[in-house]
Design a protein around this ligand. Structure first.
Ligand code: SF4
Length: 351
């Protein structure tokens, strides 16, 4: 189902599906039992643009900690549960706004029933997650290996189990670390269901490979109108996940707002430390609430021309740079004052 037509699901104080903005998720990597550290991380992620946060709940102590964490945060909290249905029930009782389970690893019929009954009672959505790594043997055999078709069938089987228990407050996630298989699985499942889809490439790797795999995978999936909420999974600081997710959504035109920094690749004409400057500019603009394009170009030969399409830009010279607005050169600034001058312009920006 195109994201315009998926079912609207309420998660705490946010909604996904039905054409609502695509929400960005991340997961804490602190010990959930450590309330102070977890809250601190969630607050940082919230400030960076995280819309929904998920915490692992591997112990009863972690489930209990959710109640304390909830008091200190403003975004919906999702409890990530594996194997133990009692933890799923406890997480909901302690205030989780959604639970993520794989019904395949949570035990038999009665256990699923108990979880679903609790979710029903409290009106808490369930994210049904399946992963190519834990695909059932029968489906691997049926489709001659781990395939997109197998992942989709597995997910829809799980959804059916919950639907048969009379509950349809659901979100689906299907994951594979094989990017093209993951994309295909999303194309297939979007034809079969109207539940919102949580999209992500799993085990995508360290910051570089994770970013590339996520950008390619999410790019293919989201550009087809599929996907209601996303997570970029990186082996690194979750803050990086938020930055990447925002950039991916903006690049696809699915999120507005924020300063876009464009910079040239540098070449033999560059006479200032452009790489250093571009990185500093990127960090500097993060907290400036403008919706404009800033160009950081290496030279005065091509810089002004290339910066024309930007709202404001810098073109480097020898030990100095030109400040350019809408293609017009405004003034010359010594190299060591460029960053400051640009910040001043942005802070005092008016169209
Ligand atoms: S803007 Fe100038 S320095 Fe940058 S790549 Fe183009 S020609 Fe080279």
């Amino acid at each position: 189902m195109h994201r315009e037509h998926t079912k609207v699901i309420q998660i705490g104080n946010r909604v996904i599906g039905g054409g609502n903005p695509i929400l960005i998720q991340s997961m804490t990597n602190t010990k959930t039992e450590d309330v102070k550290a977890t809250v601190a991380q969630i607050q940082k992620l919230t400030a960076a643009g995280c819309d929904i946060i998920r915490c692992a709940v591997p112990t009863m102590e972690a489930a209990e900690a959710l109640a304390e964490i909830k008091k200190e945060i403003t975004i919906p909290l999702v409890a990530d549960i594996h194997f133990d249905y009692k933890l799923a029930i406890a997480a909901m009782e302690y205030g989780a706004d959604k639970i993520r389970i794989n019904p395949g690893n949570i035990g038999g019929g009665d256990r699923i029933r108990a979880v679903v009954e609790k979710a029903k009672e409290l009106g808490i959505p369930i994210r049904v997650g399946v992963n190519s790594g834990s695909l059932e043997k029968e489906l691997v055999e049926k489709y001659h290996g781990v395939t997109a078709e197998g992942i989709v069938e597995s997910a829809l089987d799980k959804v059916r189990i919950i639907e048969e228990l009379g509950y349809d407050n659901l979100v689906i996630s299907i994951k594979s670390s094989d990017v093209m298989m993951c994309a295909k699985a999303h194309e297939l499942i979007a034809k079969e269901t109207n539940y919102p889809l949580h999209v992500g490439i799993t085990e995508s790797g360290t910051v570089l490979s994770g970013n590339i795999k996520s950008a390619v995978g999410l790019g293919i999936i989201l550009s087809q109108g599929i996907g209601d909420t996303i997570r970029v999974s990186l082996t690194g600081d979750p803050l990086e996940e938020i930055k990447s997710a925002k950039l991916i959504l903006r690049t696809l035109g699915l999120k507005k707002g924020g300063i876009e920094v464009v910079s040239c690749p540098t070449c033999g004409r560059t006479q200032i430390d452009l790489i250093g400057l571009a990185n500093k500019v990127e960090n500097m603009v993060e907290d400036i609430p403008l919706n404009i394009k800033v160009a950081v170009m290496g030279c005065v030969v091509n810089g002004p021309g290339e910066a024309k399409e930007a709202d404001i830009g810098i073109a480097g010279g020898k030990g100095e740079g030109l400040l350019i607005k809408k293609g017009e050169i405004i003034r010359k600034i010594p190299e060591d004052q460029l960053l400051h001058a640009l910040r001043e312009e942005l802070v005092n920006w008016s169209e």
